[in-house]
Design a protein around this ligand. Structure first.
Ligand SMILES: [Mg+2]
Length: 342
């Protein structure tokens, strides 16, 4: 028996090494909630929630207040029967990052209990993955300087934030390409463009001879027609991120044939919906990226094990831990430059 005896939430603040600037948002630090699940035999499982008000409508104070609620929900349940616990936790509809952290902490405790790492519990499809690194919005000189720095650290997949200033974004993309030929690009507008601006961006970039692997969330999260418009007019594959939070969102995106890619983030979907989205995407022939919010090594650990276990992703955008000041690395995997491995 491996019954849950205690659930604890702990608030941790992490500062960004340099401010993280995306369309209409700059972050200087991130407040994450560590979730600790303790079993009757003393084994502990760990998870981390990195809440997002912008994407999920989550507030720290409201989430912290769920500690007792969650404990009451899953007290005395056996982590070996984790699907039962997942179903209970699925009712946390407006606290998806907590849902992710609790569900992962359950898997982590189960893994410790049986001596099997979580990536193997989830399928053991891969042993290593490579992360991209994100270039914030900034002046063209700043963007190019940041690209040179990450190239020196071995990164070959570059995520580029755009969506505030169309002309600067186009010039920035051309300038970045000049110094990073041979790299792959994921361009993310974080809902910042209108459908027509998005088309202008991709056409200009295409004309400059640049290939983009994925063009992420060009338009408003609720503008499914707009996503579809960009998808069919863009020479590059289009991804939904903010538009794809739950499995129900993804079901609709599939029915509407609105995108080529889905960006799964555990913080939007929890583990249970993320597992469902993986299977839905495979069935519908969609491609997948895995992304993150502001997770530290503890939270990124969850996505690394999910990605290794399912083996489902073309791209891994799991760079937040590389951007945060953190005293102690807490992942159950190794970091070798851009490569994460077990
Ligand atoms: Mg995104």
């Amino acid at each position: 028996m491996a019954k849950i005896k205690k659930v604890r939430f702990k608030l941790n603040t992490f500062e960004y090494i340099k401010p993280f600037h995306i369309a209409n948002n700059i972050a200087y630090d991130t407040k994450n909630i560590e979730v600790i699940i303790e079993l009757e035999n003393g084994i502990q499982g760990f998870g981390e929630a990195s809440p997002s008000f912008r994407v999920n409508g989550e507030r720290i104070e409201a989430l912290m207040a769920l500690e007792e609620v969650v404990e009451e929900m899953i007290m005395e349940m056996d982590v070996r029967e984790y699907r039962r616990i997942f179903e209970k936790i699925d009712s946390l509809k407006s606290a998806s990052s907590i849902k992710a952290a609790v569900q992962y902490a359950v898997l982590d405790a189960f893994g410790e209990e049986v001596g099997v790492p979580v990536y193997q519990i989830l399928g053991g499809a891969k042993k290593e993955i490579e992360t991209d690194y994100t270039i914030s919005i900034g002046s063209i000189e700043e963007r190019v300087k940041d690209v040179r720095e990450i190239l020196a650290r071995g990164h070959r997949i570059i995520k580029i934030k755009v969506g505030e200033n169309l002309e600067e974004d186009i010039q920035g993309m051309i300038a970045i390409h000049e110094v990073s030929k041979g790299c792959k690009y994921i361009v993310d507008a974080n809902t910042g463009y209108t459908p027509k601006q998005a088309i202008k961006f991709v056409k200009e970039v295409y004309r400059a001879g640049i290939d983009i692997s994925v063009f992420e969330q060009p338009v408003d999260m609720n503008d499914i027609e707009g996503l579809k418009y960009v998808r069919w007019k863009s020479p590059f594959p289009v991804a939904a991120d903010e538009s794809a939070r739950t499995k129900y969102d993804v079901f609709r995106l599939i029915k509407e044939e609105a995108v080529d890619y889905i960006n799964i983030k555990l913080m939007k979907s929890g583990i249970s919906d993320a597992l469902a989205i993986v299977e839905m995407a495979r069935t519908a022939n969609l491609r997948l990226i895995i992304g993150c919010m502001g997770e530290s090594s503890l939270g990124i650990n969850q996505s690394v094990h999910f990605a290794l276990g399912t083996g489902a992703f073309d791209f891994h955008d799991l760079d937040s831990l590389l951007m945060l000041k953190e005293e102690k690395f807490r992942g159950k995997y190794k970091v070798e430059g851009p490569v994460y491995k077990v």
